[in-house]
Design a protein around this ligand. Structure first.
Ligand code: AMP
Length: 431
C-alpha cells in the first residue's frame, strides 16, 4: 500500500516524500480512508506508530479540497488539543511540514509564555490550531479565538484529555465548537471508562485499533531491576557510566526528585538536564531541544514528557520510579523504539513499588524480564541493610566517560544495541 493508493493529493504526497516516508504505517492505512470519508474516529495504536500523520493528513486534505472549491476562507477550522506544551509544539511542527505545499496556515498556543505572539499569529488568520486546553480557553475568553467555525476536532492522548485533570476544560471546549463537526480521538491506551465517555462525545464513529493485544511498543526490550530506593541513584550512575548510551530519558515521579537526580549526575560529570512543570517554558524547551539535538546525554523528566515526545533514535528509557498508573508505563517506554527503531526500557523497582509492577504486567499482558546477578540487586527482605552499604562497584574506568563534550560527534562510538539481558545484565568488568 502506498500513500498515493490512499487517495492523497499531490501537495501532501510531495511533503511526505520530502520527509522520506515511503509507505503509510498500519494506523495511517486504516485511519486515513475512514477520515477522508468524514467519519468520526476512535483510534488506538501503539505509541510511536505514526498517529500524528494519521489524523493530520486527512484534515489537511479536506481543508485543501474545500479551499479549492471556495468553501474555505481563512477561519479557524481545525483544533487539535493535547495535554502538554511540548507535544503541542511537536504536533504543530508536523502540521507545518505536511501542509507546506497546501497554503494552509497553522499555529500553536500553550501556556507558560507571553500571549502576545500567539494573539498576533491568530489575528493573521489560521486554519489549523494546536493547543493546550488552559491557554486556549483563556484566549477564547479574552475574545482572541473563536471556535464557532471548527469543522475538525482532535483529542490527542484522548485517555488523558478525558481524565480527571482535563475533562472540565474539554467539556467547556465541546460547548464552544459546533455540534456538526468531525471528531477524532487518538490514544495509545484506551481504558474502558474512557471508551465509554468517548462514545458519548463522538457521533457516528468507527474504531481503528492496531495491535490491541499488547499495547507496549513491540520493539522495546523491557527489563526491571529490583533495587532499594537508596541504591537507585548509584545504579543509574553506574549504568550510564558503564554503558554510555548516547541518549537516555529518565522518568522521575516528582519534580523535586528529577532535580535531585540531575544534581547527582552532574556531580559525576554526566551531562544531564531536568524537564518538569516547575521550570519556565523557555527552560523546558531549551532542555528538550538540547536533548533532541544530542547535546545533553540524559534528560530527567516527570510525566510531562511521558507522552508523544518524539526523540529520534532515543536508545534508552529508564523509569527511576515506577508509575502508579500502569498506562503511564506504556507511554513512558513509548519514547523509545519509535518508528522503525529499536529501544531499551529499564525500570527500577523498590520494594514498595512491587504492586505497581504487578499492575503494569497485568496491563501489558506480559512479565517484564528481571535482571538478576547485578551488584545493585537487593534482596527485598534485606532492603534496609543493603541500602545502607555503599555497594558501588570499584570501576577502574569510572572517570573515562566523565566530562563528555557537549558535542555529540565527539562521543564514543555507539555500542551495538543488544538485548538488555546481555547489555545491562553483566557485572562490571572491574569487579
Ligand atoms: P507519532 O506516532 O505520530 O509520534 O510518529 C512516530 C514517528 O514516526 C515520528 O518520528 C514520525 O515522523 C514517524 N513517521 C510517521 N509516519 C511515518 C511513515 N509513514 N513512515 C516513516 N516514519 C513515519
Amino acid at each position: 500500500m502506498t500513500f498515493k493508493e490512499l487517495g492523497l493529493i499531490d501537495p501532501i504526497l510531495k511533503a511526505l516524500a520530502d520527509k522520506g516516508y515511503t509507505h503509510p504505517t498500519p494506523i495511517q492505512q486504516q485511519a486515513i480512508p475512514v477520515l477522508l470519508k468524514g467519519k468520526d474516529l476512535l483510534g488506538s495504536a501503539q505509541t510511536g506508530t505514526g498517529k500524528t500523520a494519521a489524523f493530520t493528513i486527512p484534515i489537511l486534505q479536506q481543508i485543501y479540497d474545500n479551499i479549492g472549491s471556495g468553501k474555505g476562507g481563512r477561519k479557524l477550522k481545525a483544533l487539535i488539543i493535547t495535554p502538554t506544551r511540548e507535544l503541542a509544539i511537536q504536533i504543530d511542527d508536523n502540521v507545518t511540514e505536511y501542509s507546506k505545499y497546501t497554503g494552509i496556515k497553522n499555529t500553536v498556543i500553550f501556556g507558560g509564555v507571553k500571549q502576545a505572539a500567539q494573539v498576533n499569529a491568530m489575528r493573521k488568520g489560521v486554519d489549523v490550531l494546536t493547543a493546550t486546553p488552559g491557554r486556549l480557553l483563556d484566549l477564547v475568553k479574552q475574545g482572541f479565538i473563536s471556535l464557532k467555525d471548527i469543522e475538525y476536532l482532535v483529542l490527542d492522548e484522548a485517555d488523558q484529555m478525558l481524565d480527571m485533570g482535563f475533562i472540565h476544560d474539554i467539556k467547556k471546549v465541546l460547548k464552544l465548537v459546533p455540534h456538526k463537526r468531525q471528531s477524532l480521538f487518538f490514544s495509545a491506551t484506551m481504558p474502558k471508562a474512557i471508551v465509554d465517555l468517548s462514545k458519548l462525545i463522538l457521533g457516528d464513529f468507527e474504531k481503528v485499533s492496531i495491535a490491541p493485544e499488547k499495547p507496549t511498543a513491540e520493539r522495546v526490550d523491557q527489563s526491571v531491576y529490583f533495587v532499594s530506593k537508596k541504591s537507585k541513584a548509584k545504579l543509574l550512575e553506574h549504568l550510564i557510566e558503564t554503558e554510555n548510551p548516547e541518549t537516555v530519558l529518565v522518568f522521575s515521579r516528582t519534580k523535586h526528585g528529577a532535580n535531585k537526580i540531575v544534581k547527582i549526575l552532574d556531580k559525576s560529570g554526566i551531562n544531564a538536564a531536568a524537564i518538569h512543570g516547575n521550570k519556565s517554558q523557555a527552560a523546558r524547551q531549551k532542555a528538550l531541544s538540547a536533548f533532541k539535538d544530542g547535546k545533553t546525554q540524559v534528560l530527567v523528566a516527570t510525566d510531562i514528557a511521558a507522552r508523544g515526545i518524539d526523540v529520534s533514535e532515543l536508545e534508552l528509557v529508564i523509569q527511576y520510579d515506577l508509575p502508579n498508573v500502569p498506562e503511564t508505563y506504556v507511554h513512558r517506554i513509548g519514547r523509545t523504539g519509535r518508528a522503525k527503531a529499536s529501544g531499551i526500557a529499564l525500570s527500577f523497582c523498590a520494594q514498595d513499588e512491587r504492586p505497581y509492577l504487578k499492575d503494569i504486567e497485568k496491563l501489558i499482558k506480559q512479565k517484564i524480564h528481571v535482571i538478576a546477578e547485578h551488584p545493585f540487586l537487593v534482596d527485598p527482605a534485606d532492603e534496609e541493610s543493603q541500602s545502607s552499604q555503599d555497594s558501588r562497584p570499584k570501576n577502574n574506568n569510572r572517570n573515562s566517560n566523565r566530562n563528555r563534550s557537549q558535542n555529540s560527534s565527539s562521543r564514543p562510538k555507539k555500542q551495538t544495541a543488544g538485548r538488555p539481558n546481555k547489555r545491562f545484565n553483566s557485572k562490571p568488568k572491574s569487579e
